[in-house]
Unconditional design. Sequence first.
Length: 169
Amino acid sequence: MDPDADPAAVARAIVLRQLTSSAKSRSQLAGKLAERQIPKDVADAVLDRFEEVRLVDDAEFARMWVRSRAQTRSLARGALRRELTQKGISGDWAEQALEQLTDDDEQRSAAALVRRKLRPEMALADGAERDKYVRRLVGMLSRKGYAPGLAFSIVTTEIDAYGDRPQQD
């Protein structure tokens, strides 16, 4: 930082530039200001002002993040909770944002993910091959934050339904 520059003006410029590219949590912005060696008291004052004018709103950021990531990445609440924590959002705001997703939403999302992965060339009638695909699909869902029991249930249901489909010639 230029020693002659007004730290508050520099901090405001940094925050505005960060918010131009995408929404950010207060914690993320505080981290950027710390990287640029903005004094903590100046950073806090600037961030307080941005919160007053609602350009920084952790509750809204959390709600938007959950909606977006659940739709675009099909992540379950567990993975979304971890991501929010990494963004500096935890506690009540995180839980309120996660309440947007119902158990039914998670089940539909997981089932859609599995259906997209099923292919006609998969030899699902062969027990060993079926087990291999079940493990792979359950693993994929687990990495996206789905509980193991739910993942296994969804995968077996979807594989059974896929196997019952009439084969096209």
